[in-house]
Ligand binder design. Structure first.
Ligand code: NDP
Length: 336
């Protein structure tokens, strides 16, 4: 059983030395337990927060434990009447080839309905995050302008497409010309701007001639500073993620925009609301119905970035925190 353990809490950007690959015996399921063979491991930005002892909404990972995370796999042995050998499941195996579970929080998957990998992507946690954050907090109206950063990624790609389905204009922000071309040409956003371009602020303003009504925040930092002056009266800001800050070891120096933001929040009567999707799984059934329909009708597309082999997970995860992925990042651990 190949496992990837957390070896040390990174200072700043994680490095390969913060992980350790070990091989242990395949575990045997006890009473009520099942043995799951991982097929795809999901790599997600939140895992950086777990690799830290800073206080947060969830407990830190322990040194020497396998890295935690969701995945999809197949039941290889079962002592639990709810699961049969050969069932495909979405579970929380962590970064390892085999895992045991008593079935709590495990979802059975029908590979005839959708590719199993989507259960940790467009039809799973990132998709639900986009759906809940945009529709419940952002509440886009027809003709409004919705802007989302990390627009080619698991969450952002869904945000813009759902905004368009609801009749809004969707403007993406992404980190390369290739990603922007994909966001416009394949996903159908109205525009996408590369935040690394020198004239990013001018390009964003030109793409949002009527200002911004919903800014779905995935990244923070300089991107938010550029978005801020374009926000309209009564703008809504679902605060989903701040990936540009996840490796930071201190607060940024330079101009402090907080007083300007506070003034704008007041005078423009804006709403900024942070959310963590694990608090909102009561929307899962609505989400699966809507998203399943949009995918089936071709209105909503998704892209996966699949890295081969569990031993390549640390490098892929390090890359995720600086934009090396292009689409929902998965690791193929074994064949299905
Ligand atoms: P993505 O698939 O979008 O991958 C992350 C992307 O973030 C990268 O590809 C990169 O895209 C972008 N990025 C990385 N570093 C920076 C940077 N310094 N500045 C700007 N962009 C950067 O990941 P997800 O869709 O899974 O996650 C997107 C966001 O949503 C994250 O912030 C994540 O933490 C958050 N999230 C929050 C949840 C919640 O419950 N609140 C649940 C799930 C996700 P590019 O090349 O375009 O810069």
């Amino acid at each position: 059983n190949k496992q990837i353990l957390l070896k040390s809490y990174p200072e700043g950007e994680p490095t390969a030395a913060d992980f350790e690959i070990v091989e242990t015996a395949v575990p045997t399921p006890g009473d009520g337990e099942i043995l799951v063979k991982t097929i795809y491991m999901s790599l997600d930005p939140y895992m950086r927060g777990r690799m830290s002892q800073a206080k947060s909404y969830s407990a830190s990972a322990q040194i020497g434990d396998p890295m935690m995370g969701g995945g999809v796999g197949v039941v290889e042995q079962s002592n639990n009447p709810k699961f049969g050998v050969g069932n495909y499941v979405m579970s929380y195996p962590g970064w390892q080839q085999y895992s045991l579970t008593d079935g709590t929080g495990v979802m059975k998957l029908d590979p005839g309905l959708a590719p199993i990998s989507t259960a940790v992507g467009v039809l799973g946690m990132p998709g639900l995050t986009a759906y809940f954050g945009l529709l419940k907090i952002g509440q886009p109206k027809e003709g409004e302008t919705v802007v989302v950063a990390a627009a080619s990624g698991a969450v952002g790609s869904v945000v813009g497409q759902v905004a368009r389905i609801k009749g809004a204009r969707a403007v993406g922000i992404a980190g390369s010309a290739d990603k922007c071309a994909f966001v416009v040409e394949e996903l159908g956003f109205d525009a996408c701007i590369n935040y690394k371009d020198a004239d990013f602020a001018e390009q964003l303003a030109a793409a949002c001639p009527d200002g911004i009504d919903v800014y779905f925040e995935n990244v923070g930092g300089k991107v938010f500073d550029t978005v801020m002056p374009l926000l309209n009266d009564f703008a809504r800001i679902p605060l989903c993620g701040l990936i540009s800050q996840y490796n930071a070891t201190s607060l940024p120096t330079g101009t402090n925009f907080l007083p300007a933001l506070m003034r704008d929040m007041l005078t423009k009567r804006m709403t900024l609301r942070g959310f963590i999707i694990s608090d909102h799984y009561e929307h899962l059934a609505d989400f699966l119905r809507d998203m399943g329909g949009w995918i089936a009708s071709g209105q909503l597309k998704y892209r996966e970035d699949i890295v081969e082999g569990i031993e390549n997970a640390p490098e892929a995860f390090i890359g995720l925190l600086k934009g090396a992925n292009f689409g929902k990042l998965l690791v193929r651990v074994s064949d299905d």
